[in-house]
Design a protein around this ligand. Structure first.
Ligand code: HDD
Length: 706
């Protein structure tokens, strides 16, 4: 029997009879009264007092003997583990993959053996360059790492939201990442590539030009993890029961369609809500709006690989969807948030080398290098070769092997034999029928050497193809992004070197960037290993704007409300938003909310200073005339409207908000077709319909791109 502390009364209470506290399995449940468990040390010893350390007298020195104090501080001192060397900032969620059809003719991979088969999944999204505590809206690639807990072991598809990569060979990865992250002498800039070292490396690495087009496009500033594509990047192989191999590229297609923010918005979101993407995923899942992606496969054979214009082993190239269509074979649903961020999102360990029977690697030199790096990094990060025993990493299928011991071993294996073969008739045996065997491939490479194949030499043609596949607005955003980034570069020679590459990509882009940088004498084009092909047609699948969702579903309307606002209008908006499957959030002068014209109190989600319009996909200004008058001198209210206009958002407004709108700089000549006047409640559904276009891009012709 021991004493413990009642957390409310802070008076010692007696633990009940220990026998009565045993659960069905014989385990001990210590309680501090009712269902409240007793605080214990990490060794399970009940704690009587957690408020003060043990001292000689109330003002005397602390004693070494205070084992509770030492246990607590010891554990705290060791709370941090090394953050990921890249992709440090991320957000994970649980869910499942469900196959639409059997792909047994193509692969023996477990998730695809029958229509409707569900495979448990964990996904972690991330940025690449920033540290763990950096902001979400960095201009950066997003990681899209999927772990499928299949019946034949864990299969990790460790991809990004961009289908190509900066470099062709993994040996250049440390150089790329060193150049992209903070400069080593000063330790900044954080979470951005807008600095000399990055552009120095890039401008000396022509193979990165295709990827540069993608990261300078709106793909690098997604509105939400829910609205972005994912890609496995490399060519992999699927292998069927006859040992026949088919090449495959993996795509994740968001059911909600693609959407990005504009750069000026991204910069402001980072200030208003640095956790914008994390919160968005958390909110959507906890509200029951589980995001979904369809798994798409681009399948092709050896003869296509031979005939294709580019090398399918080169990760700086895509295969346009117009050439090899994407076959949608299943859906990924994320329907459960993590219980504990560290235990799951932080400790999840993705490894490209985690494949299963029916899947195999290609010779892509980037993939081959990754297959070493991921295992190695998990040992450093998680500290033990037993990281597979952490719940989030643990395969859901049975595991039988002779690996043993090591730090933090959890499994207690029984038996005498820990080797194979053995005469004890103990332990598992290999199975040629169901076990993984590498595809038998005849390699035709006679020489051991360090070199890139000639077939990897075209660095500009697909970069150009990406650029010409964008809408005019998207092309302008790319030029602006390059101007922004290169304007942060201190050395003029680096800026000029980039311009020399851009000329090989597209003259219009080079001219726009030169103009934006104020460069008067265009440098000569960079010497190219292969001339840029101008015959590659645009690929509409590469544009975000051309692949919009035609729905406002999953998006968020921000409604600026004041006391006295028209209750019928607000009710109609609420109804229209819910009919569209979207979300609504009220922003008000005070967080307690507003009293509408009918006397109803509507609580606010944000006080206006903390809820700028950058946090919403579209906005409505529903003020009373007095409310409008009051907000006319409120800078956050004026910014709310002015920014929504500048960021090409759809704006609904009640007639009583007229004067406030004018004060915010959007007087009638500026009220283009992106504005919808809510004259009557019946106008609300029409406004939501308008919002399906997500942005009013025509405004970009009137005001400079942001
Ligand atoms: Fe990587 C993490 C994606 C090239 C080495 N990578 C990491 C993550 C993603 C990617 C999504 C985060 C996983 C998570 O959420 O835990 N990486 C890619 C893609 C690449 C790529 C799509 C190119 C196609 N990576 C790449 C190369 C190397 C690495 C060439 C090294 C040779 N990547 C790592 C790493 C990381 C990592 C150091 C850091 C943390 C981790 O692995 O678990 O091993």
């Amino acid at each position: 029997m021991a004493n413990t502390t009642d957390p409310d009364a802070r008076t010692p209470v007696k633990i009940h009879d220990q026998e009565a506290l045993r659960g069905p399995g014989g385990e001990l449940h210590q309680t501090a009264g009712g269902d409240t468990p007793v605080l214990t040390t990490s060794h399970g010893m009940p704690v009587a007092d957690d408020q003060s350390s043990l001292k000689i007298g109330p003002r005397g020195p602390t004693l070494m003997e205070d084992v509770h104090f030492r246990d607590k501080i010891f554990h705290f001192d060791h709370e941090r583990i090394p953050e990921r060397v890249v992709h440090a900032r991320g957000m994970g969620a649980h869910g499942f993959f469900e196959a639409y059809e059997s792909l047994a003719d193509i692969t023996t991979a477990d998730p695809f053996q029958e229509a409707g088969r569900r495979t448990e999944a964990f996904v972690r999204f991330s940025t690449v360059a920033g540290n763990k505590g950096s902001f979400d809206l960095a201009r950066d690639v997003r990681g899209f790492a999927v772990k499928l807990y299949t019946g034949a072991g864990n299969w990790d598809i460790v991809g990004n939201n961009i289908p190509v990569f900066f470099i062709q060979d993994a040996i250049k990865f440390p150089d790329l990442i060193h150049a992209a992250k903070q400069e080593p002498d000063r330790g900044f800039p954080q979470a951005q590539t807008a600095h000399d070292n990055f552009w120095d490396f890039i401008s000396l690495t022509p193979e990165s030009m295709h990827m540069v087009m993608w990261i300078m496009s709106d793909r690098a500033i997604p509105r939400s993890f829910r609205f972005m594509e994912g890609f496995g990047v490399h060519s992999f192989r699927l292998v069927n029961a006859d040992g026949k191999s088919t090449f495959v590229k993996f795509h994740w297609k968001p059911k909600l369609g693609m959407q990005s923010v504009v750069w000026n918005e991204a910069v402001k979101i980072n200030g208003a809500d640095p956790d914008f993407h994390r919160r968005d995923l958390w909110d959507a899942i906890t509200k029951g709006d589980a995001p979904e992606w369809e798994l798409g496969l681009q399948l092709f054979d050896e003869s296509f690989a031979q005939a294709f214009d580019f090398d399918i082993l080169d990760s700086t190239k895509i295969i346009p969807e117009e050439i090899v269509p994407v076959r949608r074979v299943g859906r990924l649903v994320l329907d459960r948030v993590v219980d504990n961020f560290f235990a799951e999102t932080e400790q999840v360990a993705f490894c490209t080398q985690n494949i299963i029977p029916g899947v195999d690697f290609s010779n892509d030199p980037l993939l081959q290098g990754r297959n070493f790096s991921y295992l190695d990094t998990q040992l450093k990060r998680l500290g033990s070769p037993n990281f597979n025993e952490i719940p989030v990493n643990r395969p859901r299928c049975p595991m039988h092997h002779f690996q043993q011991d090591g730090h933090m071993r959890m499994d207690v294996r029984k038996g005498r034999a820990n080797y194979e073969p053995n005469s004890w008739k103990e332990g598992p045996r290999e199975d040629p029928k169901t076990g993984f065997s590498s595809l038998r491939v005849t390699e035709h490479e006679p020489d051991k050497l360090r070199m890139r194949p000639e077939s990897f030499a075209d660095h500009y043609s697909q970069a150009r193809q990406f650029y010409i596949s964008q809408t005019p607005e998207e092309r302008t955003h790319m030029a602006n992004a390059l101007v922004f980034e290169l304007s942060k570069v201190e050395r003029p020679d680096i800026r000029l070197r980039m311009l020399s590459h851009l000329q090989n990509v597209h003259e219009d882009l080079a001219d726009a960037v030169a103009a934006g940088l104020g460069v008067r004498d265009m440098p000569d084009p960079a010497p190219a290993a292969k001339p840029t092909r101008t015959d590659l047609p645009p690929s509409p699948a590469l544009s975000i704007v051309l692949n919009g969702p035609n729905s406002f579903r999953g998006r968020k309307l921000g409604v600026l409300l004041t006391d006295g606002a028209d209750a019928d209008l607000y009710a109609a908006l609420e109804k229209a938003v819910s009919a569209e499957g979207a979300m609504i959030e009220v922003i008000a002068p005070e967080i307690a909310g507003v009293t509408l014209s009918d006397g109803m109190l509507v609580p606010a989600a944000q006080k206006i200073d903390g809820g700028p319009s950058v946090l919403y996909d579209a906005v409505a200004i529903l003020t009373s005339a007095e409310g409008a008058d009051r907000l006319k001198t409120h800078p956050a209210a004026l910014d709310f409207i002015g920014d929504a206009y500048a960021h090409r958002k759809f704006i609904a407004w009640a007639p009583d908000a007229d004067a406030l709108m004018t004060e915010a700089g959007v007087a009638p000549p500026k009220r283009d077709a992106g504005f919808v006047k809510l004259g009557a409640p019946s106008d609300a559904p029409a406004f939501l319909k308008t919002c399906r276009d997500l942005r009013f891009w025509a405004r970009e012709k009137v005001i400079a791109a942001v």
